[in-house]
Design a protein around this ligand. Structure first.
Ligand code: PRT
Ligand code: ZN
Length: 297
């Protein structure tokens, strides 16, 4: 196997944190295997020429922009922050949202602060670890504030008197409540996403990137899909097809000696119990719902 950088793809994921496990699982489900050592930052791809860089999430956008890696798994919050700070909002190419790491960048204020609209924060001090993104989003609303940049523990700034409000990531809201803060407004919704870089890469690496992206797409689609099998009266076919979530062309097989048919279909959307109940009411029987392991369009 070739070892030159030209013929290998480099993918960056978070070394240890909220996004690490899901990112690595996705790559493993694409059939990638790595020769790894526990504390090394570089894992060599064994069967497929894709190597892993394990780094802090904040470093991933810069590694992409500098051409050190070709693909990165990172929160949209971080990607936007680095792009705005460094390139005025350009340079990274969003390729696909990944459906995990969901959170929101929120303006939060002390519980007892008498304020209902972020416009009232004009001229106030906002503590945040996302200065560029916060400033950009508040500017768009025409609100001028003084940004107080903090690397961490943003939520204690109002209590310490170093800021009037904060702009921070929230998922459950527990941290805000524990610090007697309340959410005033959502500035930005974020989730983990795949990023590449604007501009051309070598033909070999582009081919590898396309192959990996097709596999990732397949893994993501498979995890969202179910294979449904059922029996139904032949004359209920149209109704049954309508009731199957995310299905356009099911496979239809006659059941010998009866006026019933077997229908098999891949449902591209979540199949709930309510769907099964509606199918049964429309005459379906022997309904089976199976997970889909792999998919390649
Ligand atoms: O060491 P490294 O720099 O790689 O990791 P990190 O500590 O900077 O990042 P990490 O692992 O905490 O988060 C990685 C990414 O996960 C973030 O960039 C977001 O895209 C995403 N994410 C999702 C979150 C949260 N949810 C989240 N709740 N990142 C941080 N938080 C923090 C938030 O900052 C606040 O302190 O959790 C607290 C709020 O949580 P709740 O549940 O109390 O509301
Ligand atoms: Zn970080």
């Amino acid at each position: 196997m070739s070892t030159s950088r030209e013929n290998r793809l480099r993918v960056a994921i978070q070394k240890s944190g909220r996004l690490s496990e899901r990112s690595l699982d996705l790559l493993k489900n694409c059939g990638l295997q790595f020769a790894r050592s526990k504390d090394k930052l570089f894992w060599y791809g064994k069967d497929f020429p894709v190597d892993l860089l394990l780094v802090r999430d904040d470093d991933i956008p810069r590694l992409l922009l500098d051409g050190v890696c070709d693909l990165g798994f990172v929160g949209e919050n971080i990607a936007m922050e680095v792009m705005l700070e460094r390139n005025g909002g350009e340079g990274l190419r969003p390729l696909r949202q990944l459906g995990f790491g969901q959170c929101r960048l929120c303006i939060a204020v002390p519980e007892d602060m008498d304020i209902t609209d972020s416009a009232e924060l004009e001229g106030k001090r906002i503590a945040t670890s996302y200065p560029a993104l916060t400033r950009h989003l508040l500017d768009k609303k025409g609100i001028n504030t003084e940004i107080v940049e903090l690397a961490g523990s943003v939520e204690i700034a109002p209590g310490l008197g170093t800021a009037d409000a904060i702009s921070d990531l929230v998922s459950t809201g527990t941290t805000l409540r524990a610090n007697h803060l309340r959410e005033l407004e959502v500035l930005f919704e974020s989730q983990a996403s795949l990023y590449g870089r604007d501009g051309a890469i070598s033909t070999q690496r582009q081919l590898l990137l396309d192959r990996l992206l097709a596999r990732l797409e397949g893994v993501m689609q498979a995890s969202e899909s179910k294979y449904v099998m059922l029996h139904a009266p032949r004359n209920a076919l149209e109704k049954i097809t309508e009731l199957l979530p995310g299905v356009e062309h099911p496979s239809i097989m006659p059941l010998e000696g009866t006026d019933r048919i077997a229908i098999h279909a891949v449902c591209g959307e979540t199949v709930f119990w309510e769907h099964l109940e509606a199918l049964k009411a429309a005459g379906a029987s022997a309904i089976l719902v199976l997970p889909v392991e792999k998919m390649l369009a």
